[in-house]
Design a protein around this ligand. Sequence first.
Ligand code: FMN
Length: 400
Amino acid sequence: MPAAMSKLVPRALRPPRVVNINDLRRAAQRRLPTAVFGYLDGGAEAEITLRDNCQAFEYVKFRPRHAVAVPHVDLRTKVFGAELSFPAILAPIGYSRLMHPDGECAAARGASAAGTAYLLSTISGHKLEDVRAASSGPLWYQLYLVGGRPTAEAALDRAARAGFSVLAVTIDTGTAGMRERDVRNGTAQLMSGNIFKMIPFVPQLLARPGWLAAFLMDGGLHKLPNVVIPGEDPMALIDVRAALADSVVTWNDFGWLRKSWPGPIIVKGVLTGEDARRSVDAGAAGVIVSNHGGRQLDGVSATLRALPEIVKAVNGQAEVLMDGGVRRGSDIVKAICLGARAVLVGRAYAYGLAAAGEAGVSRALDILRTDMERTMKLLGCASICELNKSYVEVPQNWPI
Ligand SMILES: Cc1cc2nc3c(=O)[nH]c(=O)nc-3n(C[C@H](O)[C@H](O)[C@H](O)COP(=O)(O)O)c2cc1C
């Protein structure tokens, strides 16, 4: 157990019960109703891409330099001007307030305590100003065009004034992915507010009284305080799926987005060299190689597999970040060897958030950091700046 583990971390999340992110996943599963856990854990359709994202890391093998003393490891990096203590940024997770009442505020605090950045989703349950107030660390804002351009411009104006420094525009949500677990678990019915539709699915909520009590004390489902069509009330969560399909981001939008946002813009959801080039041409300062954690188009390439093609296409003209399937610090090391500046982690911290709020987020980040330090020492590499392709062996023919 690392000596520095925060006193905030409850006994249930300490070793021997929680040793890795998969243990945190089980802790989240024990606390959340089936529908909420399915929303967090699940992917689209047959979940091929969800599985491949994780499996891709298993096919990349390390090539260590032995008989090298590495007493200290330097994991620090700089991304868009922000100094990060280690190269893992918290990915946007829509309506994290469902996992835990402190939701997005707890995630931002956990990121800040770990010395890293938090990318807040458009679909946040907390006001972006409250998230800013909760954290003293770097905050980035993720944009969906739900509600259309005037809604987005109003949110961007608020985010820039609150001190969010980077804008990430998600481009892989032309329509909502088919999440079969959500259909089976009655997620839409539970959000409908219609008691007759809800009744068949209520027993799963009653089976998790701890979560249910916290959810009800938090006032139930909140409207989305950062999705406000000018002159109207904030949008309800149930309306987001339809609104997403009605407001697809296209490359033309980057013209007005560049004028509306004073800082760097990054494109989230790039999976090919072609889209990476288009992002650079559209003025992006960075791209996130991402398939939305396997939640959108099932059957696309695992992100680790797509990463080298995108690094090559970008050719140093933008920062390359990646996400998808990161569950261990060694996964982060592999992504950096293949050219990522840093990774984003989604479910890895969200499992912690669901299990124990901010303390769970901290525990997840602590696991990843400790893993990374050990991996670097075993690799014989003292700094992430020195990592490159020579530390890994990549399959000639990927079996996935
Ligand atoms: C429950 C959940 C909600 C998500 N919500 C958003 C979102 O609102 N905006 C977005 O751009 N990506 C969203 N994503 C995708 C993540 O930002 C990220 O790309 C993905 O989780 C990375 O894969 P990983 O979970 O395997 O780390 C969501 C992912 C999950 C699991």
